[in-house]
Write a protein that binds this ligand. Structure first.
Ligand code: URA
Length: 212
């Protein structure tokens, strides 16, 4: 059993915080266990809790589209996870003690996957990893050094959807270009041939997918 699978099994029975009582299941994260790029969101919502997969709703569709259009990568080629692995009730914000309880799992995923680049989505992931109270509007637009990775903060896709796209979507697209550039600089893009052989992008064409 791989260490990541062992970690997933451990997470599935976690009772470190109050969120264990209300979940249908944990949402461990998903994607390529050797990904050069890791996306870190906030917490599972109702659909994610039901299906056990991160970013399955409208936010996820937008995320997949921007990821593909700006980096050429599909979701299966990156790792997608969250600050929390359980759904907060009523989709409220994560609380500090919940974030602290779940942090070791995020660190363990980062240690096992070893991405070259991390894109944080929204305030919670950026503030946690960069250990700052600054918001994403201030943090985004640049690459930050994080341990031996490059961290690129960007907006949460739910924020983009609430605001109807606009400048925030343009900014998010630019941040994903930054992430790709950081992967190229780290020689983790394009992916090794073994991973991309036979890869056929199945996403819609650019022109059909510009709206949030
Ligand atoms: N929002 C998040 O931050 N994460 C998910 O998995 C889904 C929605």
């Amino acid at each position: 059993m791989s260490e990541l699978v062992a970690l997933e099994r451990e997470v599935a029975t976690c009772t470190r915080c109050r969120l264990a009582a209300g979940r249908t299941q944990t949402v461990f994260g998903a994607g390529d266990p050797h990904a050069g790029l890791m996306l870190v969101g906030e917490a599972p919502g109702a659909e994610e809790d039901r299906l056990g997969v991160p970013f399955v709703g409208r936010s996820g569709q937008l995320l997949d589209r921007v990821l593909f259009e700006e980096t050429g990568l599909q979701r299966s080629e990156v790792w997608v996870g969250n600050v929390l692995r359980c759904r907060p009730p009523g989709n409220r914000n994560p609380l500090d003690d919940e974030i602290a309880s779940c942090r070791p799992y995020l660190d363990a995923q980062l240690d096992l996957i070893r991405p070259a680049v991390i894109v944080t989505l929204g305030n919670f992931a950026a503030q946690l990893l960069l250990a700052t109270k600054d918001g994403v509007t201030r943090l985004r637009g640049q690459q930050h050094r994080w341990r031996d990775c490059v961290l690129v903060p960007t907006f949460h896709p739910a924020y983009i959807l609430r605001n109807g796209g606009g400048d925030a979507l343009v900014a998010m697209r630019a941040d994903f270009v930054r992430a790709k550039q950081a992967m190229v600089a780290a020689e983790r893009y394009p992916y090794p041939a073994a991973v991309v052989v036979g890869h056929q992008p199945s996403q819609p064409a650019h022109s059909a997918a510009r709206q949030p």
